[in-house]
Design a protein around this ligand. Structure first.
Ligand code: SAH
Ligand code: SF4
Ligand code: F3S
Length: 465
């Protein structure tokens, strides 16, 4: 009987991608995925350490899983419990002490060793295994090829780790040094994703635009060149990449936005703060005006480009004037959406030991003011799409029967009434309504000739016969 694997994923898209690859790695051992932890023989929590709340979630989930594991044991069934991801990397052995119910703690660079670890555990090696190495070999060279299709919108990790050391951030410690996969490997994986139904690929990396992979010509390729190469893949309609750092937004990459229509006109470009004093304390190595200039160049290259960002409020030492500068930057740039967070001190990071921490009440106040401004910009951005005809990649069923949800080129969720067989296709939609977080519209139809029109739209997008 096949064994069941349940993976719960927290944190960023790199973790989402890693979870897919962990399932691929375990498939040869007979593990098939399940959506319910109750019936799993192996439960993996793929965790995030970025803020305190994210980390703490892991321990409450482990608390919920403990009786489940005990109940299975009472029936004579062994359930393995593994913790992967950034909390695993950060806490290592400590995690086993705090939560002895855990069998296996393993960091993000060790996933290719998973089959061996599981085999050892099943052979009765008790007491808990910990692997938080940063091995010399790349996990990508040792993971099996991707198994199940990711569907029409797929992720592909091209870069991992970070050498930037922003003073608030754990990522350089949990993911390790910057590393780029070779171009040929990325292109081969992208082709396989397209062959298995992907129309859109999002390239992933903690610092994706710091990409510097070995090219087939012996030269080092930047992200711009890689995107141009991937855009040549027939059948691939859309390309995105995330997350970028303003410092690595080079001229070649900006020009690629101008030249390559397959790159979607939406970019997540975190700035964190609009105050130069705070940006410097954050070790971001760019000023607010550097950021404004980069955004200007990007919009020159691609006038319909919409932006998203991350912001931290209440970084140690942030005063009212600094926060006002952040609001000014948001007003100047104009975002299609953005994420904002209260500063959360993380163990081991330089900012956590700065004395002048901002009181919680002020963080709350600033967060709410910033979110109000961003929400208003997002609503205005969405409203401006009413009356437009947008290409939408339909991804999944909506909440109500008959509804499907897809993505516009600008990452907006678009809700339409359409038959389920159109999932995985790009169709044209006339936008009729806009809300804070979504658009609604009508699939472009020609009354009774609707079917053939939809088919034509799909044909034009995919080049499929
Ligand atoms: N590599 C990306 C971001 C990775 S983390 C970049 O360079 O922008 C995602 C976001 O979490 C960050 O952009 C930041 O806004 C937020 N974040 C990171 N550490 C944080 C902390 N200690 N407290 C609050 N927010 C944090
Ligand atoms: Fe963290 Fe900064 Fe690296 Fe982004 S660039 S992952 S915020 S250290
Ligand atoms: Fe979280 Fe690690 Fe991603 S800390 S945001 S899961 S890189």
């Amino acid at each position: 009987m096949p064994k069941k694997l349940y993976i719960k994923t927290y944190g960023c898209q790199m973790n989402v991608y890693d979870s897919v690859r962990m399932a691929d790695a375990l498939a040869p051992l007979g593990y098939a995925k399940t959506a319910s932890p109750e019936e799993a023989d192996f439960v993996i929590l793929n965790t995030c350490h970025i803020r305190e709340k994210a980390s703490e979630k892991v321990y409450s989930e482990l608390g919920r899983l403990r009786p489940l594991k005990a109940a299975a044991a009472a029936e004579g069934r062994q359930v393995l419990l593994g913790v992967a991801g950034c909390v695993a990397q950060a806490e290592g052995e400590e995690m086993l002490r705090r939560a002895p119910v855990v069998d296996l703690v393993f960091g993000p660079q060790t996933y290719h060793r998973l089959p061996e670890m599981v085999t050892r555990l099943l052979a009765g090696e008790g007491g808990g295994l910990v692997d938080t190495d940063f091995p010399l070999e790349s996990k990508f060279d040792h993971l099996p090829e991707e198994g199940a299709s990711q569907g029409a919108a797929a992720f592909l990790s091209v870069q991992e780790g970070c050498d930037k050391f922003c003073s608030f951030c754990v990522v350089p410690y949990t993911r390790g040094a910057e590393f780029s996969r070779p171009v040929a490997e990325v292109v081969a994986e992208a082709k396989r994703l397209v062959a298995s139904g992907a129309l859109e690929i999002t390239l992933l990396g903690q610092n994706v635009n710091a990409y510097h992979g070995d090219g087939p010509d012996g030269a080092t390729w930047g992200l711009g060149r890689l995107l141009r190469r991937l855009a040549e893949i027939e059948g691939l309609a859309r390309l995105r990449y995330t997350t970028s750092h303003p410092r690595d937004m080079d001229a070649e990459l900006i020009a690629t936005h101008r030249d390559e229509p397959k790159i979607m006109p939406y970019l997540h470009l975190p700035v964190q703060s609009g105050s130069d004093r705070i940006l410097s304390a954050m070790n971001r190595k760019h000023s607010a005006d550097d950021y404004r200039r980069i955004v200007g160049e990007l919009r020159n290259a691609r006038p319909d480009l919409a932006l998203s960002s991350d912001f931290i409020v209440g970084f140690p030492g942030e005063r009212d004037l600094d926060f006002a500068a952040t609001l000014r930057l948001v007003t100047d740039v104009g975002y299609a959406q953005a994420y904002s967070f209260k500063y959360s001190p993380r163990p081991g990071t330089p900012a956590s030991s700065i004395e002048e921490q901002v009181p919680e009440a002020i963080k709350t106040e600033r967060l709410s003011a910033l979110q109000q401004l961003i929400d208003a910009q997002q609503l205005a951005f969405n409203h401006a799409k009413i009356g437009e005809r947008l290409e939408v990649l339909l991804e999944k069923p909506g909440k109500r029967a008959g509804q499907l949800i897809g993505r516009s080129p600008w990452m907006q969720s678009v809700v339409v009434e359409a038959p389920e067989r159109l999932i995985g296709h790009i169709i044209e939609v006339d936008i009729e309504a806009a809300h804070g977080n979504s658009l609604a519209g009508r699939v472009v139809t020609l009354d009774c000739a609707s079917e053939s029109h939809i088919a034509r739209t799909v044909f034009a997008q995919t080049g499929a016969a």
